[in-house]
Design a protein around this ligand. Structure first.
Ligand SMILES: [Zn+2]
Length: 501
């Protein structure tokens, strides 16, 4: 058990006017170990000639101690730094230690006592740590009346000008004189004040100065305030405020424009459909083509601008369950871009049909739903011009558990696969889907007036057997087991549209 009591870390120097003693005491530690008291004495050879100490006679509390065992100070690889230990009386509280006589290099030097107090290294503050780091100092330097402490830790007589580490007293003085506060303020000002247009200018200022005080508690706030250019800050604040207002208005306008665009497209689609219907009967099919090209050019621009999630209309299908007023434009949701193509899925379930009409082992390839989508639905929903715009795509037989999914196919219209439904519509909530009144009327939901009713919709992937098809349920969960293929279920067609016009 070693208890260390740094007894004020006093140091005695014998030199202010008299440099006759080669070794000075530069630090003493007062140590108590199991009821015995020791003074650990650090000595420095002022002459720096490294000559060996043979013997020193110390005097403490009126008693003489003759010591001849000296060791190097481990901190320095330098024979000029030596130390020794003196055992003194436990009861002695005297702090005085004097050198009566030194025998160094065989020569005798008589001690003279002229004391000075060694000052402790000041506590680490932002300033001292900044300076220590900047100048690679081991200790924070000190310059006292009768000695100075170099940044390397060596102690010197006041009149010495150069340390063994080659640094000078002048350099140490410059480090000590360094105006750290100004640097700190300049550093702080380098980071421009964040001006929040939502709060007042004064509140912004308070926030800024409070942060400074927190960072540099030692530096008076006035030092920051005199450097602050409040006039230009006020100007910047006004500008920020105007910008924020402008951004807010722009965002509002953009939202309005986006809403208007959607309406406009629907309108164009409806008008075009009517015109096409009129022209189509009179043999003016070339006009149909021209009109379609104009419409489709605008549509492509819209799709490209708005990206995934965008909803637009293309083609027509019976939806409001009133056949007297004709078909309604189909709304599609953009899922994925690939080259010059876009993958879209109907925003709502458009029909209610079984995956296959008879109970037999099928895959997408051999299913009735595939054939219905690519003949009846394809011809009913799209004009020949629109059909030209729909890509004939390779439809992969995506894997699900152990069931053989058959072959890939070439189709215009298809259902999403299980992996596609999960990858392309990642949020469960986004996978929930409503249905049109037309589809609803054919289903078990017939008569429900709930417009937000979400329904199960089927995918092209087979479930645990080829007698079951995977579906997305009304909560948006995908069930890989699947439901019987002969049970009618909601249909949500998907198509790839060519974006080259
Ligand atoms: Zn030094």
């Amino acid at each position: 058990m070693l208890q260390k009591e740094p007894l004020e870390l006093l140091s005695r120097s014998y030199i202010t006017n008299d440099l006759s003693l080669p070794y000075w005491i530069y630090q003493i530690e007062n140590i108590v170990v199991t009821a015995r008291r020791f003074l650990k004495v650090y000595l420095l050879n002022r002459t720096g000639d490294g000559s060996q100490i043979n013997r020193i006679t110390f005097q403490h509390a009126g008693k003489d101690y003759v010591i001849s065992d000296f060791r190097r100070v481990s901190k320095y690889d330098d024979p000029n730094y030596m130390g020794c230990v003196i055992e003194v009386d436990l009861e002695d509280t005297a702090e005085d230690l004097m050198i009566v006589q030194e025998i160094v290099g065989g020569k005798i030097f008589d001690g003279k006592q002229k004391a000075c107090t060694f000052h402790m290294d000041p506590a680490e503050s932002p300033r001292t740590s900044y300076l220590k780091k900047k100048h690679s100092l081991l200790v924070y330097p000190q310059i006292q009346e009768d000695y100075w402490l170099c940044g390397c830790g060596r102690i010197h007589a006041a009149e010495d000008t150069v340390c063994a580490c080659r640094r000078t007293k002048h350099e140490m003085q410059n480090i000590l004189d360094f105006d750290y506060d100004t640097v700190a303020v300049e550093d702080y000002l380098k980071v421009p004040m964040t001006l929040d247009p939502e709060i007042s200018f004064d509140d912004n200022m308070n926030r800024y100065t409070a942060a400074f005080t927190q960072k540099y508690p030692h530096i008076p706030l006035e030092k920051l305030l005199v450097q602050l250019d409040t006039v230009s800050m006020q100007k910047r604040y006004e500008q920020e405020k105007q910008d924020a207002e402008r951004r807010r208005i722009e965002a509002e306008e953009a939202a309005e424009r986006k809403a208007a665009r959607k309406k406009k497209i629907r309108k164009i689609a409806v008008i075009a459909a009517v015109v096409i219907a009129l022209l189509g009967t009179g043999g003016f099919i070339f006009k149909d083509q021209i009109l379609f090209r104009i419409q489709s050019h605008q549509l492509i621009k819209e799709i490209k601008e708005n990206g995934t999630g965008y909803i637009f209309t293309f083609g027509e299908y019976e939806q409001d369950n009133n056949v007297m007023n004709g078909k309604e434009p189909i709304a599609w949701q953009v899922l994925q871009f690939e080259g010059n193509r876009v993958l879209v899925i109907s925003e709502k379930c458009l029909d209610y049909k079984p995956f296959n009409n008879t109970a037999e082992e099928v895959t997408w390839e051999s299913s009735d739903i595939r054939s219905w989508l690519n003949t009846d639905f394809y011809n009913s929903a799209f004009t020949s011009a629109e059909q030209n715009q729909i890509c004939l795509m390779n439809i992969t037989a995506d894997h699900n558990n152990v069931t053989d999914q058959g072959n890939a196919t070439q189709d215009h219209v298809f259902l999403l696969s299980y992996p596609q439904a999960v990858d392309l519509i990642q949020l469960k909530g986004d996978r929930t889907c409503t249905c049109t009144p037309y589809a609803k009327e054919k289903s078990q939901y017939k008569g429900s007036s709930d417009e937000n009713l979400t329904v199960n919709w089927v995918l092209r992937t087979m479930g645990e057997s080829r007698m079951k098809a995977v579906h997305v349920n009304f909560k948006g969960n995908v069930n890989p087991t699947g439901t019987d293929i002969t049970e009618a279920i909601m249909i949500r067609p998907a198509i790839w549209i060519n974006l080259d016009n």
